[in-house]
Design a protein around this ligand. Structure first.
Ligand SMILES: Cc1cc2nc3c(=O)[nH]c(=O)nc-3n(C[C@H](O)[C@H](O)[C@H](O)COP(=O)(O)OP(=O)(O)OC[C@H]3O[C@@H](n4cnc5c(N)ncnc54)[C@H](O)[C@@H]3O)c2cc1C
Length: 370
């Protein structure tokens, strides 16, 4: 088989790139994926009760990019959805990220926005150096809120004490001085009306794009003649782990069905303390459903080493250095893309934006966003 581009991986990175090369350059594309479905980590499916399940954890689409929104809107209609998250601390539900209500409910106060600002000013720890995650958080919000909402959650998520986690693992902790309880504040927030798998199938639906599922790159390497390969699988695996394995944090999803209309008040509830899971997702909150039962997933992080369902790259300086070693191996025939190819956490919109804006050989397109 003779093709212009072989794309390994039918996740969102490989699929958007396939569409772009097919549509803009008329290239003949073969997309291979070792799974039995397209969509990669964004894959969703309807269960026997008609509930749309995100197999690899809750995927909430949001973006500030008009370009990304316009592009994806060619392939799906949208379901309005504003993501809300609660944290279960000592049996009480508190809005996350921390807002005025979180502070007042937790402290039993009636603070105004100014009082909240003053509270955190007074309670934050002054530090000369920020050496770890504990320092990052305590220097912004002080020990009490750190301990109740972040310490154990972060430790469960990464499997290490916060004192041993590098500062770059957490960003700034947003503290809202108002009652806005939306998890995200992006301009565009919604879910694909018929799910991510359907949207990605539509992206791949082009006469120049050919798809082979249940096909591992290893098994067809050499049998396919292509001018270039774009690889969205793990970069270390491609090079047979010649410098060692890039570590990932994995998550296991424990699905449970209950014969009730609703299990919890919002789609995602965080469990920062107690329990081995970090959060519970209830899928019915994403899309209206008439089902009399409900499905939840408990999310249990594990591993710090290599695992087959590698979820989160662990961005320590040692790991980044190891990735750089792989990325600097000269290879004109292959370009690595996506979260596994670039060993980088990308949200869905970031990966789409990256692929739309770059010619992947590095030239930037002019920014077109309004
Ligand atoms: C738990 C979790 C929750 C997330 N939630 C959100 C969210 O709410 N919102 C958001 O915007 N983003 C979210 N993300 C990020 C989102 O999943 C990624 O942005 C997206 O999956 C990146 O797509 P990708 O194509 O790079 O990788 P993937 O989706 O992993 O696709 C890579 C594909 O390559 C295939 N592959 C690998 N090796 C081979 C091989 N040797 N041969 C053939 N095929 C191969 C794999 O089977 C896979 O299908 C979340 C991620 C995780 C881990």
């Amino acid at each position: 088989m003779k093709i212009d581009a072989l794309i390994v991986g039918a996740g969102i990175a490989g699929s958007v790139l396939a569409r772009k090369l097919a549509e803009e350059q008329g290239q003949q594309i073969l997309v291979v994926d070792k799974r039995n479905h397209v969509g990669g980590y964004c894959y969703d499916y309807r269960d026997e009760n008609g509930i749309l399940i995100h197999k690899y954890g809750p995927h909430i689409f949001r973006t500030d990019s008009k370009e990304v929104w316009k592009f994806l809107s060619r392939f799906t209609d949208w379901q309005d959805y504003q993501h809300k998250v609660l944290a279960n601390v000592n049996g009480h539900f508190y809005p996350m990220p921390i807002n005025l209500d979180t502070v007042n409910q937790y402290l039993g106060t009636q603070y105004t926005a100014e009082d909240v600002e003053e509270y955190f000013e007074e309670h934050k720890i002054s530090l000369i150096e920020i050496n770890n995650v504990k320092d990052v958080i305590e220097s912004q919000i002080g020990p009490e809120f750190y301990h109740a909402f972040f310490e154990h959650y972060t430790e469960k998520q990464w499997g290490l004490p916060c004192e041993e986690l590098p500062p770059e693992i957490v960003a700034r902790i947003p503290i809202r001085k108002n009652r806005d309880d939306r998890y995200f504040t992006h301009c565009y927030q919604a879910l694909p009306k018929d799910g991510y798998t359907n949207m990605i199938q539509n992206i791949l639906d082009h006469p120049n794009i050919h798809i082979l599922l249940n096909t591992d790159f290893k098994d067809i390497k050499g049998a396919i003649e292509s001018k270039h390969t774009y690889y969205s699988g793990p970069i270390d695996e491609y090079y047979n782990y010649c410098y060692g394995k890039l570590p990932y944090r994995n998550v296991t999803f424990k699905f449970e069905t209950y014969p009730v209309e609703q299990y919890q008040p919002v789609s995602v509830v965080n469990y920062p303390n107690n329990y081995d899971y970090t959060r519970i997702t209830e899928f019915k909150h994403f899309y209206p459903s008439r089902s009399s039962c409900t499905v939840i997933a408990k999310e249990i992080p594990s591993g710090g080493g290599y695992c087959n369902e590698s979820a989160y790259p662990i961005p320590t300086s040692v790991n980044k250095e190891l990735y750089r070693k792989y990325a600097s191996i000269p290879n004109k025939k292959v370009t690595f893309i996506g979260r596994l190819g670039e060993y980088k956490y990308y949200s869905m919109d970031q990966i789409v934006e990256y692929i739309l804006r770059n010619d992947i050989s590095g030239r930037r397109k002019e920014k077109t966003d309004g």
